[in-house]
Every structure is written in structure tokens, then in C-alpha cells.
Design a protein around this ligand. Structure first.
Ligand code: SAM
Ligand code: SF4
Length: 476
């Protein structure tokens, strides 16, 4: 269907494109970063306030190494003070790589004749989900190319199939989606399948760059994509994820674009995005790109710390596009979710053998962290993070969970941390090898010892004993 902004605007005045490049550049060009200003802005964020565009621009403009370090330290402090040590784990599952678009950066682009095109059928999907459950996964994001075959009904059916698969004690408790934007009615159909988050990345908020890298298909329409998540909201999906693909245009502009997108949702729907993603461009089959805006590791670290301070109550997702070393480094600045045991080859979860080379003609792009889920669990536990598969808020209808974590005193202590520990114990019982189990239970004991409220500690200890005896899916 051809998108007509005029038609849409008549239907809903809220779906007006809201990015003004001159306004965003105006902030970057007119807000110098003095020491006092930078410190004031960090303090505002640590005081639990979202930053304005002008304040975010001050952090972006800080170039003195000492101030950059203060920004990073601010992000670390915010993470430690507010969120504690939990990291939520998920896995992406590619359902189909047919695509009618021609995104210059993506291996799935229609013009790429080298890539093998696959859509998982019902049985393939079931075996992928079983393989994922057998490794311990509880949360998935289903990923689709943009193609008429992957309409709302197809996506909703895939979600239902995923929820229906049970293997041993395994089940998927939350299914998120990364797919093309739809009409409002399409989003309604998908919502009815009980999805978690619907993610759409704008890729670049800069309209001219957007036109240069989107060379064919519906995705060429910047406004249709930009207003996609507004239509999701109109359909009742209030759990949404935004993102920018870093490396297409100036990272400073994209950071402000993400903050502007967040402000837009807060102003119009009274709820910001659930998550922000900030993928960096990775090598892909037939990659064809201007490389002048690629983001260095140093800039990447900086921009994640700035985002953490700018939107303190939004989840931040860091994927296996990045190496283990970068992920370890960046997690301390407030990342809340990472993928683990990731395999983006079509059908890859049930057939990939350990340490097998990636085949770039089967994948959308190259990933750089090929560790298994258990290797990631080991690493998190060793670094004293609490790996979490928790899905309690979503299943109890407690939406806006990041906001609650952030704003409701004691919420993390009462709900998030104990629930994370219970999902960790489930993992240790059902999937962990002996050495992970030993390390994992050591961490659980340390965390239980930190709980001061003896009554609550006893309740949690009881629940943990029930899990050891075979009960599953307990939460507060
Ligand atoms: N086809 C849907 C779409 O375009 O929204 C689904 C998303 S695509 C399969 C998932 C995301 O991967 C894209 O939104 C893009 O940001 C990211 N991506 C594409 N090519 C990439 C590359 N070469 N390196 C890193 N990320 C890439
Ligand atoms: Fe297709 Fe999405 Fe890849 Fe673009 S990013 S070519 S729309 S799969």
C-alpha cells in the first residue's frame, strides 16, 4: 500500500513527522560544553530527570577528556544507584529474509542475489524454538524482512506458534518483534497475539541520508517509518522500541534524534519508548556504503554513556553485533539488555555446530560475539552481574517497568532483583553445567545475604527452594 501522509494526518493528527534537522543541528551548534554546564546536566540526570535536547547537546559537545570521563562516571553511577547489577538476556530469531527493500547496509536487500532466501515454515519454527528453549532462553525477538508474505497475520501466527512450544521445563515467556511498520489495523492483529515490545529502528533520523541509503521499496518513505510506532500506539501497543543504525550519519545528530523521538512519545502518549537500540553497522554481504560516518569504539562508548544520562528510565539494548570486549566495557554504562547465544543464520539454532564459521550469505550482517548462552552466563556471573530472564511485569500487566524501576522507591529490591534471582535459579537447575551452577549459586547466596528485610528474605528463600523442588515460573 502506498503511504499518504495527508490521508494519515486526516485520520490522526498525532502522526505528523516531528524531526526537524535544523532544530537538532541548532542545538548541537549553539550549546557549548563548559565544565559547569556539563556537571549541572550530569547532576540533573542523577537526580532522576530526563534531559532536554539542549542539555543532551551539552554532553554531546563535551570534548575535554576529563569531562568525557565525568560523563562516563555519571552513567556508571546512575546504573549502579538506580538499576543495580541485573542484565536481561534474550535471543533474536530470524523468521524470514525475503525483502522488497534495498537498504544499502543490509545483506537482505532485494538486489542481493548472493543471499539464500529462506522463510521458516511451521515445523522449522518449532525446531528453532525448541533448540532455543533447550539452551535456556525465555525471551525472544522475532525478526522479519519486509515482504508482503510477512503481513500482520503471518507475524501474529509466528508469535502464537512460539508461545505454544514447550520443551522440558522450557518455554518462551516473552516474544518481541522487529519488523516493518504497518497500518493501525495490522498492529492490532499483532497486539492480539500478546507481543512484548514492537521494535522499529529509524536507521537514520537525517532525511537526506535516509534517502541515500534506502534505494527501493516501501522503506524509502521516511515519514511512513518515522510514524510507524505512533500507529502501533494507536493500536494499543504501548511497549515500543526505537533505534538508530550508527554509522550512516553523524552520531551526534542521531543521539539527538533518539532523544527527540523519546520526547515525542512522552508528549503525545505519556509514555516513552521501552527500549532504545544503537546498533553499529557491521560487515554484510554486498555492503555498499559511504564509510565517512562510521563510529569509533571511543565515540560509541561516549554515545552510550550520553544516552544513559539523557533517558535515565529507558532500557538500553546492546547486541552481539559488538565484540565481547566492547560489550563488557559498555555494559557498565547502563545497558539493561543483551542477547546471548545469538545465531542470526536462518534456521541456525538447530543446526549450528560449536565454533563453526559464519556464512555471510545466509546472514543479514556479521555478528562479533559468538559466545554460547552459557558462556555469556558464566561471564556475567563472574563480573557479579545478575543474569535475568524475568518477564514478570509484562505478564502481570505492569507496563512501563523501566519507569517503575526508576521512579518507584524500592521497586528493584522488591521485584526486579528477586525475580532475576529466581530466573537464574531456574537456569542453574535446568540448563547449567556443574561449574556454572557452583558459581551461580554462590552469587545467589551473596545476593540473599544482602537483603536486610528478614521476612522478605525468608519468602524469597522459600520460593527458591520451591524452584529447586521442581516448581517453575514463580515471581513477585
Ligand atoms: N526488515 C525490518 C526492518 O528493516 O525494520 C526488520 C529489521 S532488520 C532485519 C533489523 C535491523 O538490523 C535493521 O533495522 C537495521 O538497523 C539493522 N541492520 C541492518 N543491516 C545491518 C548491518 N550491516 N549492520 C548492523 N545492523 C544492521
Ligand atoms: Fe530488508 Fe530490513 Fe534489511 Fe532493509 S534492513 S533490506 S528492510 S531486512
Amino acid at each position: 500500500m502506498i503511504f499518504s501522509p495527508e490521508k494519515l494526518m486526516i485520520r490522526d493528527q498525532r502522526m505528523k513527522p516531528f524531526i526537524d534537522a535544523r532544530e537538532l543541528w541548532g542545538f548541537i551548534n549553539t550549546t557549548p560544553a563548559t565544565k559547569e554546564k556539563v556537571r549541572e546536566v550530569i547532576a540533573k540526570s542523577l537526580d532522576k530527570n530526563r534531559l532536554t535536547l539542549a542539555e543532551t547537546a551539552i554532553l554531546i559537545n563535551a570534548s575535554d577528556p576529563e569531562l568525557i570521563e565525568e560523563i562516563k562516571q555519571g552513567a556508571r553511577t546512575l546504573k549502579e544507584k538506580v538499576y543495580g547489577q541485573r542484565i536481561v538476556l534474550f535471543a533474536p530469531l530470524y523468521i524470514g529474509n525475503l525483502c522488497t527493500n534495498n537498504c544499502a547496509y543490509c545483506g537482505f536487500k532485494a538486489s542481493n542475489k548472493k543471499i539464500t532466501r529462506v522463510t521458516l515454515d511451521h515445523d522449522d519454527l518449532i525446531s528453532q524454538v525448541k533448540a532455543l528453549e533447550d539452551s535456556g532462553q525465555k525471551r525472544l525477538i522475532l525478526v522479519f524482512g519486509e515482504h508482503p508474505k510477512y503481513d500482520a497475520k503471518f507475524i501474529a501466527d509466528s508469535v502464537r506458534t512460539v508461545y505454544s512450544v514447550k520443551s522440558g521445563n522450557g518455554e518462551i515467556r516473552r516474544v518481541n518483534i522487529n519488523a516493518a511498520p504497518m497500518e493501525i489495523d495490522g498492529f492490532r492483529i499483532i497486539k492480539d497475539a500478546r507481543i512484548g515490545t514492537y521494535q522499529i529502528f529509524q536507521e537514520t533520523y537525517h532525511q537526506e541520508t535516509y534517502a541515500k541509503v534506502h534505494l527501493g521499496g516501501q522503506k524509502r518513505n521516511y515519514d511512513w517509518r518515522l510514524t510507524g510506532l505512533d500507529r502501533a500506539q494507536e493500536a494499543g501497543i504501548d511497549d515500543i522500541g526505537i533505534g538508530a543504525l550508527f554509522g550512516l550519519y553523524d552520531w551526534r545528530f542521531e543521539v539527538l534524534g533518539l532523544v527527540r523521538h523519546t520526547n515525542h512519545f512522552e508528549a503525545v502518549y505519556n509514555v516513552g519508548p521501552h527500549t532504545i537500540s544503537f546498533p553499529r553497522i557491521q560487515y554484510a554481504s554486498e555492503l555498499n556504503l559511504d564509510k565517512s560516518h562510521l563510529v569509533s569504539d571511543e565515540e560509541f562508548t561516549r554515545l552510550v554513556a550520553i544516552l544513559r544520562l539523557a533517558v535515565p528510565y529507558t532500557g538500553l539494548i546492546l547486541t552481539a553485533r559488538e565484540t565481547a570486549a566492547i560489550r563488557d566495557e559498555i555494559m557498565q554504562f547502563g545497558v539493561s539488555q543483551i542477547d546471548g547465544g545469538t545465531n542470526i543464520e536462518m534456521g541456525g539454532y538447530s543446526k549450528r555446530k560449536e565454533n563453526e564459521e559464519q556464512d555471510i550469505d545466509l546472514e543479514q550482517f556479521q555478528i562479533n560475539d559468538n559466545r554460547s548462552l552459557n558462556e555469556i552466563m558464566d561471564d556475567l556471573i563472574e563480573h557479579k552481574y545478575i543474569p535475568s530472564f524475568c518477564t514478570a511485569c509484562y505478564r502481570l500487566g505492569r507496563t512501563g517497568e523501566h519507569f517503575m524501576e526508576f521512579s518507584v522507591p524500592g521497586f528493584i529490591k522488591r521485584f526486579c532483583q528477586p525475580n532475576a534471582l529466581m530466573t537464574l535459579v531456574e537456569y542453574l537447575e535446568d540448563y547449567a553445567p556443574e561449574d556454572t551452577k557452583v558459581k551461580g549459586y554462590q552469587l545467589v547466596r551473596e545476593k540473599l545475604d544482602e537483603i536486610e528485610d528478614e521476612t522478605f528474605k525468608a519468602r524469597l528463600t522459600d520460593k527458591i527452594s520451591m524452584i529447586k523442588e521442581g516448581k517453575r515460573d514463580l515471581y513477585f
